[in-house]
Design a protein around this ligand. Structure first.
Ligand code: KMH
Ligand code: ZN
Length: 272
């Protein structure tokens, strides 16, 4: 098996400081948190931005500020920019940070209910995101919340908008999307092209059970406040790094080493 790639989603768009006071919001807080996660074993950061009031923003200037602060502290970490943004954002808002030419960005392949809201991804938006990423040589991480989204991946391959080998992130347990039942994960893994890499982001209580399955099956793991704020039932995590430490412990226990950022670039075929 390849070494394990640990991605952290430390900020998210929907979680608030009220829910977890340790949520990093400012560029300095985010950069310090990324350093802690990197030291614990993370090689990829799935990045969202917040404005000065703590609200989600896709403004490229704000991303630039955050990225510069992170790069000062951790020059080699892989930064994956969110194109999901927050519920209700327009296509133009969500696409704006791609102008910064990151090496990696998220790309959700369909619309899904998202708690009380709707995470809106009509096929023409998906194609436009994919085209921008292709033109700018940005590696897409294909975000899957429902099985039908994998069919859209095959359509995009046919239309020449994404290239194999693909990298998938199975986001399981969002209220309104596919649940974190292990059967669902196995079904999704069986449905993607064989030459793909994959990761699981288990939401809330699904984080560790699905993470352990991914470790043992050769997949990769995402953790972080975007997905889960508790280190154990009823106990808030004080840092995203606590999740990373736990996954590292599990992985080493199962005999799987942890990938450094440059090793993760090779495994994920990030060539930018
Ligand atoms: N905030 C969610 C509605 C992504 O980053 O690409 C969407 C999301 C996906 O977080
Ligand atoms: Zn996200």
């Amino acid at each position: 098996m390849e070494k394990l790639i640990i991605t952290v989603a430390p900020v998210g768009a929907e979680v608030t400081k009220k829910e977890n006071p340790y949520l990093p919001i400012t560029p300095d807080e985010i950069a310090e948190e990324v350093l802690r996660c990197y030291n614990a074993g993370a090689s990829v950061i799935h990045l969202h931005a917040r404005d000065k009031e703590g609200n989600p923003t896709q403004k490229k200037e704000r991303y630039k500020e955050i990225i510069e602060k992170i790069k000062e502290k951790v020059p080699d970490i892989i930064l994956q920019i969110s194109t999901g943004g927050a519920i209700g954002m327009s296509f133009e808002e969500r696409a704006e940070p791609l102008e910064l030419n990151p090496e990696f960005a998220s790309l959700t392949l369909g619309t899904v209910n998202f708690g009380e809201g709707v995470f809106y991804n009509p096929f023409d938006w998906i194609k436009k995101f994919a085209l921008i990423m292709k033109e700018r040589k940005i590696k897409p991480e294909i975000e899957i919340f429902e099985k039908g989204m994998i069919e859209n991946a095959f359509k995009l391959i046919k239309e020449g908008l994404i290239d194999e080998p693909l990298h998938f992130d199975f986001v399981l347990g969002v209220p309104g999307g596919m649940s974190g039942d292990p059967k669902n994960l196995i079904f999704l893994i069986d449905s993607i092209p064989q030459n793909s890499t994959w990761m699981v982001a288990g939401i809330g209580k699904y984080e560790y059970p699905l993470g352990i399955i991914a470790i043992t099956l050769g997949g990769n793991v995402r953790v972080g406040f975007e997905d889960n704020i508790y280190i154990k039932k009823g106990v808030l995590a004080k840092s995203n790094a606590e999740f990373v430490e736990r996954i590292v412990k599990f992985s080493l226990e199962f005999g799987r080493e942890i990938a450094k950022p440059n090793e993760a670039r090779k495994i994920l075929n990030i060539t930018k």
